[in-house]
Design a protein around this ligand. Structure first.
Ligand SMILES: [Fe+2]
Ligand SMILES: [Fe+2]
Length: 247
C-alpha cells in the first residue's frame, strides 16, 4: 500500500443513453449522453486526475431495444478514453449480465491507494429494489480479509439504512450489519436519480450519486482520507446550457 494520505475518486451514475428523446420520462436527457460523457471524460482527465472513476450503472435506458448493445459499446468506448482506471457496475436498465460483461467485464474489487471498492451486481426485485445474495454477503467479508485500508461497498440500487429512500436493498439491515462486522467504511450507490447527500449513520458513511442524465447533469469528486470520505463535491462537465438549447 502506498504512503498517500488522500485518495480522489470520481463518481458518475445513471446515464440512460438513448438515441432519441425520452418521451416517457422527459427529465431523462439520455440523448445528450455521448456529448456529456465525453465532456466528463475530458474534464476528469484534464482537471481532476482522480485515482479511480466509478460508474454506477444504468448506462442505457432500454435494454430490450435493438440498439442496446451498440449504445452500451459506445459508452464503453468513451469511458475507455479515461486516463485512469474506471470501475463500471450494471444497473437495472442495462443489458443482461452475460451481454453487459462483454462490454464491461465484471470486476469484483478496485483498489485506489488505501481505498478498496467492492462491487456488487445485486439481483433486481419488483418495485425497482434489489437484494444482496448470501454468496455476496460472504464476498463482502472475503474482500476485507488481509486489507488494512478502508472499504466501500459499491452497488446500483441504494444501500442505505432502512427508511432513507424509496428504493433499496431489501435485506439492507443484514447487509449493513455485514458492512460493520467486516470493517467497511460505508456504501456508494446510484439508481435514485435525485441522489442522497453524504450521510453518516452509526459510524458508517452512505452516498447516493444523482443521475448524470438529469439536471444538474453532475458527477461527484470524493476526497477520501484514512478515516473516510472528507468531502463530496459535485462537478458538471462542460457547458450544459448549450446542449439544452439544441432541444
Ligand atoms: Fe437510473
Ligand atoms: Fe436504476
Amino acid at each position: 500500500m502506498t504512503n498517500m494520505t488522500e485518495v480522489t475518486i470520481a463518481l458518475i451514475s445513471d446515464l440512460h443513453y438513448s438515441a432519441s428523446r425520452n418521451l416517457t420520462c422527459p427529465s431523462r436527457r439520455g440523448e445528450y449522453m455521448p456529448a456529456l460523457l465525453a465532456g466528463t471524460v475530458k474534464y476528469l482527465n484534464r482537471n481532476i486526475h482522480p485515482d479511480l472513476v466509478l460508474c454506477g450503472g444504468d448506462l442505457i435506458n432500454e435494454p430490450s431495444a435493438k440498439d442496446a448493445d451498440l449504445l452500451t459499446g459506445i459508452q464503453a468506448g468513451i469511458l475507455g478514453l479515461l486516463d485512469m482506471p474506471c470501475l463500471v457496475i450494471r444497473g437495472n436498465h442495462d443489458l443482461p449480465q452475460d451481454r453487459f460483461t462483454r462490454h464491461f467485464p465484471f470486476c469484483p474489487t478496485a483498489d485506489a491507494g488505501f481505498v478498496r471498492i467492492v462491487a456488487f451486481d445485486d439481483p433486481e426485485l419488483p418495485g425497482f429494489n434489489s437484494f444482496r445474495t448470501p454468496e455476496d454477503l460472504d464476498r463482502m467479508t472475503l474482500a476485507a480479509e488481509n486489507w488494512d485500508g478502508i472499504l466501500f461497498s459499491f452497488q446500483h440500487t441504494p444501500l442505505l439504512p432502512p427508511g432513507q429512500c424509496m428504493y433499496g436493498v431489501e435485506n439492507a439491515s443484514a447487509t449493513i450489519a455485514r458492512l460493520r462486522e467486516s470493517n467497511y467504511r460505508g456504501a456508494l450507490s446510484g439508481h435514485y436519480h435525485a441522489g442522497k447527500a453524504l450521510m453518516e449513520c452509526d459510524g458508517l458513511q452512505f452516498f447516493v450519486q444523482s443521475a448524470l442524465c438529469e439536471p444538474p447533469f453532475s458527477g461527484t469528486v470524493l476526497r477520501i482520507g484514512r478515516k473516510g470520505i472528507i468531502s463530496a463535491e459535485p462537478f458538471v462537465a462542460g457547458d450544459v446550457s448549450r446542449l439544452i438549447h439544441f432541444t
